[in-house]
Design a protein around this ligand. Structure first.
Ligand code: NAP
Length: 266
């Protein structure tokens, strides 16, 4: 069986370098190129800290896709770049698997439409950790019975977007089953702006950013006399890679965009 040819965008990043190690481990994947705005023209193995691949690094995505035969783009970059990469990949018929977070609703809608129009599958998942996906599903189950809920997400302090894609996705899933409700006291006032966190359909999302953290989330439900807390911790970025591999295996057979790893799990 022929290998799945992948391009990794953001190979020096915390997630991108982990993705390269995953590609190295998986016998059915082949790295054909990397995309990196600072190392165009280099060979992957010559970049400090990266695995020993002979693949070429491109700084221009169009040049990359014109020169290299690829099946899948793994994007782990920044919200602006990741959006452009995803769009370009679909236009070139290369299926994107996107872990980059921070896309707007409009961008997701546009990419969904483009993917459908071109018949080119794509997977965008704000969290590739299977445990985090289960945490989101359990939270959705609980929200039916506990409409008062606050989400507390904790990430390392280099993260660019807040709230996290996982927190937004959790809020969206909860919204599907929870009757819209403004929580807290009706006369509540913030004496310091932001003290109550972001407002999503009346529920609150709090973002903690500290060195030493990776990706953590608690969903806390309250009702009279009881609290329920659903919690997930990613202690290492390897926790995301089985989900990335699962998405690669699925995306080569897809002809539309799937948002969220839960839609690929049994
Ligand atoms: P990171 O360490 O800052 O890595 C981002 C990388 O993207 C950096 O190496 C950066 O290079 C590179 N980059 C910037 N512009 C680029 C361009 N034009 N072309 C190619 N590469 C470019 O961040 P990270 O922690 O790996 O996270 C990456 C993304 O994944 C973020 O959006 C994060 O929220 C998301 N994430 C997703 C999951 C998930 O499960 N879905 C889990 C964790 C993180 P420079 O440093 O030189 O600018």
């Amino acid at each position: 069986m022929s290998k799945i040819k992948v391009v990794v965008a953001g190979p020096r990043g915390k997630m991108g370098s982990e993705a390269l190690r995953m590609v190295e481990r998986e016998s059915d994947l082949e790295l054909v190129a990397c995309l990196d705005h600072k190392f165009g023209g280099s060979i992957v193995k010559d970049i400090e800290g990266l695995p020993g691949f002979d693949a070429l690094v491109y700084d221009d995505i169009e040049q990359c896709f014109q020169n290299v035969e690829a099946d899948v783009l793994i994007d782990l970059t920044t919200p602006e770049v990741g959006y452009l990469h995803t769009k370009t990949a679909i236009e070139y018929g290369i299926r994107p698997v996107v872990g980059t977070t921070g896309f707007t609703r409009d961008q997701l809608e546009e990419l969904t439409n483009l993917s459908e129009e071109k018949g080119i599958g794509a997977v965008i998942a704000p969290n590739f950790a299977v445990g985090a996906v289960l945490m989101m599903q359990f939270a959705k189950m609980a929200a039916k019975y506990f409409p008062d809920v606050e989400i507390i997400e904790r990430h390392h302090d280099q993260k660019l977007d807040a709230p996290s894609g996982t927190a937004v996705k959790t809020a969206e899933l909860i919204q599907e089953v929870r009757e819209s409700k403004r929580q807290g006291h009706p006369d509540e006032k913030e004496t310091l702006p932001g003290a109550r966190g972001a407002d999503y359909d009346g529920m609150r999302i709090h973002s903690v950013r500290l060195p030493g953290l990776v990706a953590h989330q608690e969903v806390v439900f309250g009702s009279s006399g009881q609290n329920l807390t659903i919690k997930h911790d990613s202690f290492h970025r390897e926790s995301f890679m089985s989900g990335v591999k699962l998405a690669i295996d699925h995306v080569v057979k897809l002809d539309l965009l799937v948002y969220g790893l839960e839609n690929l799990l049994d």
